[in-house]
Design a binder for this molecule. Structure first.
Ligand code: SF4
Length: 413
C-alpha cells in the first residue's frame, strides 16, 4: 500500500484505456493479486439508475477493472454488491441495479460470477478496537476474498459529504445490517466496517459524478476521469477534493487516518497523472441540499464543522418536521464547529452541537459529544423549540422499525 494516487482522463470515450493507465501509474495490481488470490470487485450498485448518471459505478469501468484482474489469472474473480437498504426509505433490488448499470452484461461477457451480497451467506465478525460497532455482519464472499477492489462512483452523501471507496464497502453488509451503521453514527461505523474488511485497492469511476441529494438528471456532473491507488484513504481524499470537499470535514477519513497512523490530508498524497487543480469542481454536498429545504432553520458552521455532527443533524431535523414540529423550528439556529458568536435573531432558540461548539455563549441547549448522539440532538433541539422530544424519538423508532420490517422481504429479491 502506498500513498500514490493517479488521476487519468477518459479520452475519445476510451474508458478502458483510462482505467489501465490509472492503475499502471498507481503501481499496478502485481503486488496484491497472485495466482492463488480470490478477488472481489466491489462496484457501487446502490439502486437502479440510468447509465452514466453518476449514481452507480458504470459497467464500462467495471469491465476495464475486471479485464485487468483476469489478466493476472487469479484463483477466482467475483463481482459483488448489495443494493441500499435505506434508513429512512425502503430497499432496492440488487439485480435491477446490476442490470441498469450494464454490470450484468459485463459479467456475462467476461464469464465472471455476479453475486448479490444482500442474499449471500453472512457471518457476524468482531471488530478489533471498535469505535461504535463491536460486531458486524458481513457477506461471506467479502470475508473469504484475499483481495477486495472497491470501485465506487464519485458522489456526495447527505450524511458523510463524500461517498467513495470506504463508504462503498457498506454493500458487503447484507440487507438491513446496513442500517445499523446509520443508527450508530455513520462515519464511525464506516471506519469499523473497513477495519474488518479494508479494500486492498480503490478505483473511482469519476467519469460522471453526482452531487447534492442525487436528483437525476440535474445533479449529474460530467468529469471524464478515473482515480486509482492502493490505499483507499488517499484515493478517497483525492476524490473528495475533486468534488471541492475539504477532506478534513469528512469524519471517517479523519478516524481512519488516526487508526492507521496516517495524515488524512491532500498534501500527504503522492499525486500522479492529471493535475487535480485542473479538474476540481464544486459539488453541492448532500448537507447543502438538505439545508436548502429548511429555510426556517439557520445553520451556522465554520470550516471545523464535520460530518459527525451534520450526519446526525439531518435525521434529527427531518424527524422533528415529520413529528409535526416544522413550525416550532422557525427561528431555530443550529451551530456546528468552533463558532464563538452568532447573530441569531431569536437568542432563545440557539442550539450548540458537540464539543466544537461548547464555547458558544448563551445557547438554549448544548449537546455534548463528538459526535453527539442523535437522540440527544433531538432533545436539545426540542428543548429550544418547546417541543416534546420523547414523542419525536418514539416516532423515529417506530418508523425505522416499520421500514426495517418492510424492507427485509424486498432485500431477498
Ligand atoms: S463536535 Fe461535531 S463538528 Fe466537532 S469534530 Fe465532533 S463531530 Fe465534528
Amino acid at each position: 500500500m502506498t500513498n500514490r494516487v493517479a488521476i487519468t482522463r477518459v479520452s475519445a470515450g476510451d474508458t478502458e484505456a483510462a482505467v489501465r493507465e490509472a492503475v499502471r501509474l498507481a503501481g499496478g495490481f502485481n503486488e496484491i493479486i497472485h495466482s492463488n488470490s480470490k478477488v472481489l470487485i466491489k462496484p457501487n450498485q446502490c439502486k437502479p439508475m440510468p447509465r452514466h448518471s453518476g449514481f452507480m459505478t458504470d459497467g464500462d469501468v467495471v469491465e476495464a477493472v475486471t479485464k485487468l484482474v483476469l489478466e493476472l489469472n487469479p484463483a477466482s474473480v467475483v463481482i459483488g454488491d448489495g443494493a441500499i437498504a435505506g434508513w429512512d426509505f425502503g430497499g432496492f433490488s440488487t439485480q435491477e441495479a446490476f442490470d441498469s448499470s450494464g454490470v450484468t452484461e459485463v459479467a456475462r461477457r467476461l464469464g465472471v460470477e455476479l453475486r448479490n451480497l444482500n442474499t449471500d451467506p453472512s457471518e457476524e465478525v468482531r471488530v478489533p478496537n471498535a469505535l461504535v460497532m463491536d460486531t458486524v455482519r458481513i457477506a461471506r464472499t467479502a470475508l473469504t476474498s484475499d483481495v477486495i477492489i472497491s470501485v465506487p462512483v464519485l458522489k456526495t452523501s447527505s450524511r458523510t459529504h463524500a461517498s467513495l471507496s470506504f463508504k462503498n464497502m457498506k454493500g458487503v453488509m447484507p440487507g438491513a445490517e446496513k442500517r445499523k451503521s446509520h443508527h450508530l453514527g455513520l462515519d464511525m461505523a464506516i471506519v469499523d466496517l473497513c477495519t474488518a474488511v479494508r479494500p486492498h485497492y480503490a478505483i473511482i469511476d469519476a467519469t460522471v459524478g453526482a452531487q447534492g441529494l442525487g436528483q437525476y438528471p440535474e445533479d449529474s456532473i460530467e468529469m471524464g476521469l478515473i482515480v486509482a491507488g492502493s490505499d483507499a484513504l488517499y484515493v478517497d481524499i483525492v476524490g473528495a477534493s475533486l468534488m471541492g470537499i475539504d477532506p478534513s470535514q469528512v469524519m471517517h477519513f479523519h478516524y481512519m487516518g488516526e487508526r492507521e497512523g496516517k495524515r488524512a490530508a491532500l498534501d500527504a498524497v503522492d499525486m500522479v497523472g492529471e493535475r487535480l487543480g485542473d479538474h476540481r469542481r464544486v459539488f453541492a454536498t448532500g448537507f447543502d441540499a438538505f439545508r436548502a429545504n429548511y429555510p426556517e432553520v439557520n445553520f451556522v458552521e465554520d470550516e471545523s464543522a464535520c460530518t459527525g455532527c451534520t450526519n446526525e443533524l439531518v435525521s434529527a431535523i427531518s424527524f422533528m418536521k415529520k413529528a409535526g414540529y416544522g413550525e416550532h423550528m422557525t427561528g431555530l439556529t443550529v451551530v456546528i464547529g468552533t463558532v464563538t458568536e452568532t447573530e441569531a435573531k431569536d437568542k432563545d432558540k440557539v442550539v450548540a452541537l458537540g464539543k466544537c461548539a461548547a464555547r458558544l455563549p448563551g445557547a438554549a441547549a448544548y449537546i455534548p459529544g463528538c459526535p453527539p448522539k442523535e437522540a440527544e440532538m433531538v432533545r436539545g433541539i426540542a428543548k429550544a423549540c418547546r417541543a416534546d422530544a420523547e414523542s419525536v424519538i418514539a416516532m423515529m423508532a417506530e418508523e425505522r422499525k416499520k421500514v426495517w420490517d418492510a424492507s427485509s422481504s424486498v432485500l431477498e429479491r
